[in-house]
Write a protein that binds this ligand. Sequence first.
Ligand SMILES: Cc1ncc(COP(=O)(O)O)c(C=O)c1O
Length: 418
Amino acid sequence: MKHTRSETLFVEAQKVLPGGVNSPVRAFGAVGRKPLFIERGEKSKILDADGNTYIDYVMSWGPLILGHAHEDVVRAVTDAAKDGLSFGAPTGRETQLAEEICFATGAETVRLVSSGTEAVMSAVRLARGYTGRDKIIKFEGNYHGHSDGLLVKAGSGCLTGASPDSLGVPASFASETLVASYNDEESVRALFEANIGKVSCVIVEPVAANMGVVPPKAGFLESLRALCDKNGALLLFDEVITGFRIAYGGAAERYGVRPDLWAFGKIVGGGMPLAAYAGRREIMRMVAPAGRVYQAGTLSGNPVATAAGLATLRILRENRENIYPALEEKGAALEAAYKSAGIPVNRVGSLLSPFFAQKAPESYADVLTADLGAFAAYFGKMLDAGIYVAPSQFEAMFVSVAHTSKDIEQTCRAILDR
Ligand SMILES: Cc1ncc(COP(=O)(O)O)c(C=O)c1O
């Protein structure tokens, strides 16, 4: 496969964009390759600037559960765009989207924002405002976007770049973030005991998916619920990845644990820049203008993005009986192929990660044992076989409704032949 046009575009991009990209992991830095520039996507496939086609398992890092350019979503977007791109005033569809989110998840009130980062950052502020406490507990290797207080022992691109923290975060901000070990109830208990009456919330990716996929151990999420209740703290599920993905009602449905607050992103925006935070009415009524926790956005609830999210969530609701079992089946087929190839794998529904390690990780420490050179070699072979997986060991594969059984078979063959 030739990538000359992508290479030229990357050279040009590096002159005007830091590292040539607008989000770090896109640069392929961890796999020793140059990024592909993408021209178009259709269903399960993407086409790069050199005319190569790939079966896509990045799927815009999760939003595209229905596949690229789903015709109903594209129609909803183009129809909305014809009526105006933005008003900065309320529109009826924002309420409809909030209703879809509440129906699926059990949340009672929703605020629409424009990115997952913004959703989490605002939900944390709300937890602090509601409890009157400043500290938060997060887990190492969990990623919650790039707001200051959450770039502490973070996953995703921070792990890929071998720097789980970021320059530019004041030590005073970071000191309000207490870091626990994922899947380790005792580490959370110890932080609560050392900070009595100071912790506003525990924020968790219910399925860790930014250090590769690491599912919660049986009872882990329940233990967080119990520890929060005992200590008067809120439980905040960051379902930016898991929401509408690992079940129609996300992790809260799949594991039967109800948080006080949720952050959503990716799928709720149907591929457009839209995210949300949501929760119990009693807490959410503190958000301005109803209450005194301030949060605002020029493009919040943008009509075009809202149309994309609404079309997506409606399709998921109307077809959930078929969609989620089918996603599970496709995910299971890929999992089986990795296992047959002797590669440990973690999977929850249509979210999975093969690990180039001795065993499928259960913790952040396990994740760090992965052989990144072996991952890079696997990545290159998959790409050369026309399969586009995330360019980092510490990201997930996303299977969509649009992946056909032929796509899955071709991918399984590539895994076994690599
Ligand atoms: C779990 C989780 N939370 C928050 C974010 C941040 O979302 P965004 O990139 O839309 O700001 C991400 C992004 O990947 C994520 O995976």
